[in-house]
Design a protein around this ligand. Structure first.
Ligand SMILES: [Zn+2]
Length: 118
């Protein structure tokens, strides 16, 4: 008979071959770890988005601000994460982190904007 081990603690499981855990304690412990990984993943992305938003907010002076892409990266901006994109009639793609957004310009420059309240 094939040996099965508990996917939580790694102990050999006796009995039915379809069992994944030694007991309910291992099952709960495994599920708690899974849930906390999911929570951490969501929390990390939320933190990146909030940080991106804060960096845009801090660097926006007036209606719009032009800044180099590198300056935003130096401040910790992560271009991989955003909340939504808006494509204008002129085919410009504005990338938003909540109500603050940016448009990539030529020569590695970035235009920072804020969404107008309705
Ligand atoms: Zn176990």
């Amino acid at each position: 008979m094939e040996k099965k081990v508990c996917i939580d603690c790694g102990e050999t499981i006796k009995g039915r071959s379809d069992k994944k855990f030694c007991n309910d304690i291992c099952r709960n412990s495994y599920n708690n770890k899974l849930n906390s990984d999911t929570t951490n993943y969501v929390r990390n992305i939320n933190n990146i988005l909030r940080k991106n938003r804060r960096i845009l907010e801090e660097n926006l002076k007036g209606e719009t601000t032009t800044i180099s892409k590198q300056k935003l990266i130096d401040k910790g901006f992560n271009f991989k994460y955003y909340t939504n994109q808006i494509v204008t009639k002129n085919n410009h793609t504005y990338v938003y982190c909540y109500e603050f957004g940016y448009l990539l310009l030529e020569k590695e420059m970035v235009l920072i904007v804020k969404r107008k309240e309705k």
